[in-house]
Design a protein around this ligand. Structure first.
Ligand code: NAP
Length: 320
């Protein structure tokens, strides 16, 4: 392995002879969760209730099931209520939207996430549009996506944010680096590219119509892969010393595999996120930090509205 890629930075190039530096999300996630545990306890103390994260699952598929167990476990760890809302795959889009409207109106529910993919007959846009942007803690509503693209402070898609945070918190410099993102989905690739641009990387985005993927990936100093294709990126498609963030989670037999072929990549990269144990744990911790922000905003707005109503009635009574 060589580490002649400046993106690796000194702190990333710690592989020695035993292989690349593994950018583990677990320890970073644990730090975030510890702080969240304290913050959610303070929230309960101040507002008198525990906020709920509603996880809407329409039908079921294998990656969703894996992700679901993880998020519910993380809820438990930080002391928030995780509510699984299971809807059979045979329902109509209207039924799904009605369920989301109910969650929008439920004051205990501070955040709503909808597990993807949805069954093919349910239009994604209808479901996304029905989520209250103030409860859209995974940043999929057009309002939050628009805020991200303009550089404002909406809710960020947690996986894309995790892909960038793992680099930043591992001390890997992004400014001015040639950053390549494989994948352009609205939930991962596109927002990750926007966030990396915000960090001043020089970003190229690849997708299924890109001709000669390796031509671009070999140019990367930082490579973020979110394609959902196990082993898509092999070692011969990488330049020595590249830092790789593998967002892919693919269930293959009884294994979870990333989009990067770890065995052939390990001798080339300076640092890489493992699958599992890389981006995944951090995603959940960040999602719950968004839940804290959503819950706090909602509680403060509720209190301000109540105070406003009380002041208006007092003024009304005084004027009589
Ligand atoms: P997605 O919606 O299926 O999007 C995949 C993207 O990859 C698309 O933009 C697609 O291009 C591109 N792509 C597919 N095959 C390609 C190929 N052969 N060459 C180049 N680009 C290709 O998937 P997603 O929701 O973004 O998720 C991506 C991966 O991340 C999945 O493995 C998913 O399980 C994983 N994931 C992980 C987490 C986590 O917490 N770690 C969370 C969410 C998702 P087109 O646009 O041209 O179709």
């Amino acid at each position: 392995m060589t580490a002649d890629n400046p993106a690796a930075g000194t702190s990333a190039a710690t592989a020695g002879t035993s292989g690349p530096r593994l950018l583990a999300g677990g320890p970073i996630a644990a730090e975030i969760r510890d702080a969240l545990g304290t913050d959610f306890a303070a929230f309960k103390e101040r507002w008198g209730y525990v906020p709920t994260l509603a996880v809407v699952l329409v039908g079921a598929d294998a990656p969703s099931a894996v992700y679901l167990q993880q998020i519910l476990r993380t809820c438990q760890r930080v002391g928030v209520e995780g509510r699984l809302v299971e809807i059979g795959s045979e329902v109509t889009a209207d039924a799904v939207c009605n369920e989301i409207e109910r969650l929008n109106a439920d004051p205990a529910v501070a955040g709503i996430i909808v597990q993807m993919p949805l069954p093919a007959h349910i239009p994604l846009h209808a479901v996304i549009d029905s989520i209250d942007p103030a409860k859209d803690i995974d940043g999929i509503h057009p309002r939050n996506a628009g805020l991200l693209s303009l550089g404002y402070d909406g809710f960020l898609p947690a996986t894309a944010q995790a892909a960038v945070e793992i680099l930043k918190r591992s001390g890997i410099e992004i400014v001015g680096k040639r950053v390549v993102v494989v994948g352009r989905s609205n939930v991962v690739g596109k927002p990750a590219a926007l966030l990396l641009l915000r960090e001043h990387g020089s970003v190229t985005v690849l997708h299924s119509r890109t001709r000669d993927l390796g031509h671009y990936t070999r140019d990367a100093e930082i490579l973020v892969v979110a394609a959902g294709r196990p082993g898509l990126i092999r070692g011969d498609m990488l330049s020595p010393g590249v830092v790789v963030v593998d967002v892919g989670i693919n269930v293959v037999g009884d294994k979870l595999l990333g989009d990067v072929d770890f065995e052939s990549a390990r001798d080339v990269v300076s640092a890489i996120t493992p699958v599992p144990g890389g981006v995944g744990p951090l995603t959940n911790a960040l999602l719950l930090s968004h839940l804290l922000r959503a819950a706090t905003d909602q509680a403060e707005r509720g209190a301000a509205a109540t105070a406003g109503t009380a002041a208006a009635s007092a003024a009304g009574a005084a004027g009589q």
